[in-house]
Design a protein around this ligand. Sequence first.
Ligand code: JB2
Length: 214
Amino acid sequence: MKAVGIIGAGGHARVVLDTARRAGWMVFGLFDADPARKGDTLDGALILGDDEDLLRRGPGSIRLANGIGAVPAIGDTGLGLRRKIFSTFSAAGFEFTPLAHPRATIALAVDLAAGAQVMAGAILQPGVRIGENAIVNTSACIDHDCDIGEHSHIAPGAVLCGGVKVGVSTYIGAGAVIQQGLSIGAGALIPAGSIVRRNVEPGETFLPRRGGKA
Ligand code: JB2
């Protein structure tokens, strides 16, 4: 049976844990920075230790899933820790598995890179690429030929119409709608509920212009 270890034991890790199990993985255990949680369980999976404990075990035959999500704030996508975890453990020789919930709808011509995560109810149409360590969260809709950059997070219920390019480490908030063919620059932050009708610059926090028009 395929075995996976999960980094983190918070909200995102809980979703990753369920997704991994439903996708047929045996969850070996979780690793969380909070020392008080060592020996606890999360939905029946044991918290085995912290990142140092995991690094000491070495990669062996275990794959990893990144259970760190993102808590964004104005001007900060909150994705830094998730990205750092991916880099640290990749450099130590660990492999992050792509994960997809069986109730996600994923077209045949879709490319999921290492550590890409697709949660329940998401829809990915043909020609989509999801970069390394990126999250397509619950019920997000990624239409044809979209490209999602490494380490980005597409939050629940966001809709990307066809041909949207999303740069690396970009946060698209819950329920946001991105019109077709647009580019969202690296490190940009699109707040929840935004309706985006223009390109967004790298590092920009998208705010609608006066009068409510994007
Ligand atoms: O360096 C670390 C580290 N830093 C914090 N290594 C490891 N292994 N664990 C770390 N943590 C742990 O991550 C904390 O001790 C805590 O248990 C967990 C973060 O949990 P939290 O629920 O605060 O955030 P999250 O990243 O799991 O979820 C966020 O992102 C999701 C996408 C939340 O915003 C969720 O609501 C959201 N759905």
